[in-house]
Design a protein around this ligand. Structure first.
Ligand SMILES: Nc1ncnc2c1ncn2[C@@H]1O[C@H](COP(=O)(O)OS(=O)(=O)O)[C@@H](OP(=O)(O)O)[C@H]1O
Ligand SMILES: [Mg+2]
Ligand SMILES: [Mg+2]
Ligand SMILES: [Mg+2]
Length: 392
């Protein structure tokens, strides 16, 4: 919102640097949110379980993950020219190209073309004719950059929190632009994170609220969700309601982190799965710092969105020893929190390093994001005090 409390359009953001990149990225994420909503609805309400596969590490991947990667890659290439677009992204086409994946591949191609046929509602020019299977596979596999310290590349997590996605819960579409090792733009699409924060109350479970609401009023489910974005150095982060496709440019309002700096009043969020972050360690840490509120366990980078919007004050992730964090799980969220006024570092207080390829190399123990410096210092000291006695 501007100083008078009005919503302002996306074009008014900043000095014009990266303006086209931001505009295209935000539109692409809106299209991707629409695509995901349709796939999740089919998955949950029609039980289309054949559209969920298991990767070698047993983590899930769905037609939405591949379709979003294809569509974002295609939109970026159309806007900037294939030769100018380099993308580091989570998915590849190995399993999609196998002979037993014919049906899932055709679902991906159909999902991509269906979404592209509605893309003009979001200001994206669709292809003249439907994309062929080979074009879809090519768009997915073009996202094969390995990142690094120089030049410009996009970082895409087509569906972050795929587990939440298949469970009918929270997930995010995360797109960032990195230049010379620094994240310069971040966009997060949170289809199931309403503008109104009450819905993030995990003690009730998103899915339960969803099913109750869907019975009562399916129209209001359709209008939920938000897209957050920020440009490095602007000191501003923005939130748009998800477009229903009736306007090509939505207005946005500025978001800021919470002003709460007293741990007694603060809320921390963390991954839902114990396998992804030690709940035992954060429980001890929370106790020692004096955090009283129950942790908000949320799938995906919606946790970063919650900090940036001021709905929670602390995010912690302590993965098991040996796990290497991927840049696409953090890039967009980090710049959005920082520009909203917050701090994101590893447990040693160093900024996350996006310049060393697809992994966050040299990460010290875990990730700590806070609304303010005083909370951040308290958490870091508590980690130091309890680390050696932990089994991490
Ligand atoms: N073992 C392990 N430890 C830590 N992190 C892991 C691990 N395995 C996977 N991942 C990555 O975690 C991403 C999901 O993180 P979340 O914070 O959403 O976790 S949770 O589902 O809420 O528990 C998830 O992102 P998506 O694959 O995009 O869903 C993974 O990149
Ligand atoms: Mg992810
Ligand atoms: Mg993912
Ligand atoms: Mg995954």
């Amino acid at each position: 919102m501007d100083n008078n409390g009005n919503w302002v359009p996306i074009e008014s953001e900043g000095d014009g640097k990266y303006a086209k990149e931001l505009e295209v990225a935000v539109k692409a994420v809106h299209v991707a949110c629409m695509l995901c909503q349709k796939v999740q609805q089919d998955l949950i309400f029609n039980g289309d379980q054949e559209n969920v596969q298991s990767k070698d590490d047993n983590s899930p991947v769905t037609i939405a993950d591949w379709s979003v990667q294809a569509i974002v890659s295609w939109i970026l290439s159309q806007a900037f020219g294939t030769e100018n677009v380099s993308i580091v992204a989570e998915e590849d086409i190995e399993s999609l190209s196998k002979s037993d994946a014919v049906s899932i591949l055709s679902s991906v191609v159909k999902t991509v073309n269906d979404a592209l046929s509605s893309a003009s509602r979001f200001g994206i020019k669709p292809p003249v004719t439907n994309l062929e299977t080979t074009q879809v596979l090519e768009a997915i596999s073009r996202c094969n950059s390995s990142g690094g310290p120089t030049g410009r590349f996009w970082v895409l997590d087509p569906v972050d929190g795929t587990l939440g996605f298949v469970r009918g819960d929270q997930y995010a579409i995360a797109l960032a632009l990195v230049e010379n090792g620094e994240v310069v733009l971040g966009v997060l699409g949170c289809r199931n994170y309403p503008m109104n924060k009450e819905w993030l109350n995990y003690q009730n479970g998103y899915r339960r609220i969803l099913s109750r609401l869907t019975k009562l009023d399916s129209a209001s489910w359709d209008s939920k969700g938000c897209v957050l974005y920020a440009k490095k150095g602007s000191k501003k982060a923005w939130m748009q309601p998800l477009l229903n496709g009736d306007k090509s440019v939505a207005s946005a309002r500025q978001i800021k982190v919470s002003t709460i700096d007293n741990p007694v009043l603060a809320t921390f969020c963390e991954p839902v799965e114990k396998a992804n972050s030690s709940h035992l360690f954060t429980q001890g840490l929370a106790h020692s710092v004096g955090l009283r509120n129950q942790p908000l366990r949320v799938y995906s980078m919606v946790k970063y969105a919650a900090i940036a919007r001021g709905d929670a004050e602390i995010f912690m992730k302590f993965a098991r020893a040996g796990y290497k964090e991927k840049i696409w799980d953090h890039a967009a969220g980090v710049v959005i929190i920082e520009e909203a006024g917050g701090i994101v570092t590893d447990a040693g207080g160093r900024p996350l390093d996006f310049s060393k390829g697809m992994y966050l190399q040299g990460l010290d123990r875990g990730i700590i994001a806070c609304a303010g410096a005083s909370l951040h210092e308290k958490i870091m000291s508590a980690v130091d005090a309890s680390w050696n006695s932990s089994s991490l």
